[in-house]
Write a protein that binds this ligand. Sequence first.
Ligand SMILES: *Cc1c(COP(=O)(O)O)cnc(C)c1O
Length: 400
Amino acid sequence: MTGENDETPDRRGDRPRSPDGPPREGHRFDTRAIHVGQDPEPATGAVVVPIYQTSTFAQPHVGEHLGYEYARTGNPTRTALQECLASLEGTDAAVCFASGLAGEDAIFRLLSPGDHVVMANDVYGGTWRQIAQVHARWGIEVTAVDLADLDAVAAAFRDTTRLLWAETPSNPLLKILDLAALAEIAHDRGARLAADNTFATPYLQQPTSLGADLVVHSTTKYIGGHSDVVGGAVCTDAATAEELAFLQNAVGAVPGPFDAWLTLRGVKTLGVRMERHSANAARIAEALVEHPKVTGLRYPGLADHPAHRLAARQMRAFGGMVSFQVAGGIEAAKAVAERTELFFLAESLGGVESLIEHPGLMTHASVAGTELQVPDDLLRLSVGIEDVNDLIADLESALA
Ligand SMILES: *Cc1c(COP(=O)(O)O)cnc(C)c1O
């Protein structure tokens, strides 16, 4: 971390666009994932950052401490994770939270009553629920638009718009948004761009290199990667991170040290896993593309995805998420979701094991009847890192 407090939007827009992000620590992505924030522990030489399972820290003198006072405010295991994630996203700092939604809550609390947010109309259901049913009660206004339609985005801005909220690839429709174009629209109008980078991870795409001001993650997903921990992170400039850390300490949604440790263990293999997730998902998309029971197949790596070329420009690979509709409607889709054996029927995504779910009745049930609609015959796959031939055979037998 540079600790600079004088970041301006202009300087933030100037970051290099190498797929590995700024080489500020002198090493590439996979090396930084394993080393940044993770020097051997000085007292014993332990090569793994310890789980500092303590609520408080002894202080040598009154009013003087060794960097940590009380574990809501800070914990060394959390610090290690934050330094590593900031390095991977190419930001000054990261602030880790008890969940992705806790991180989003902190971002919305940077706003004041009367402020307006322009948000993708197919955001994660929990993001929509939080802004529309929680922050709206405290005077935050929101407009949902198709962020792929840049004219509609510009038209949705008001004098009071402070934040543009994008998610790409989107969940569950796998739309790809042009982050550089969205950043320009937001900055021209004095607003900031927040990008939910949960689906892509910093391995596939670094939104701040395209102009985003804040990057939010559900680390529960690919970053943790093993479906064994819930967490969140916001990566941003030093001044904004300080505001978020203030809010986090004041509000209290901190991750415990063991959760931070599990997440950091996941991060070490992020690059290797994302390569395999992406390769497996590409093979599955190829296998489903001609399948007679499959319609509306969505995968950004397919040449006929409406934003395939944008995805190829913006991302290193196309990720592990695939969505498709099932011929025969909602009942046929539910039957397929219940018949797979390797693909567990479950919410969430991004773990090493493959998952299948019905967004309309599961993850996105909270958006039913709102302007955020998903087709009722849509299924979403989180393609794991098992042998892809077994995964294809599982899907083919469930579709048969
Ligand atoms: C899961 C998810 C979230 C919310 O994160 P939690 O860790 O479940 O609170 C936000 N955005 C996206 C894209 C997600 O998939």
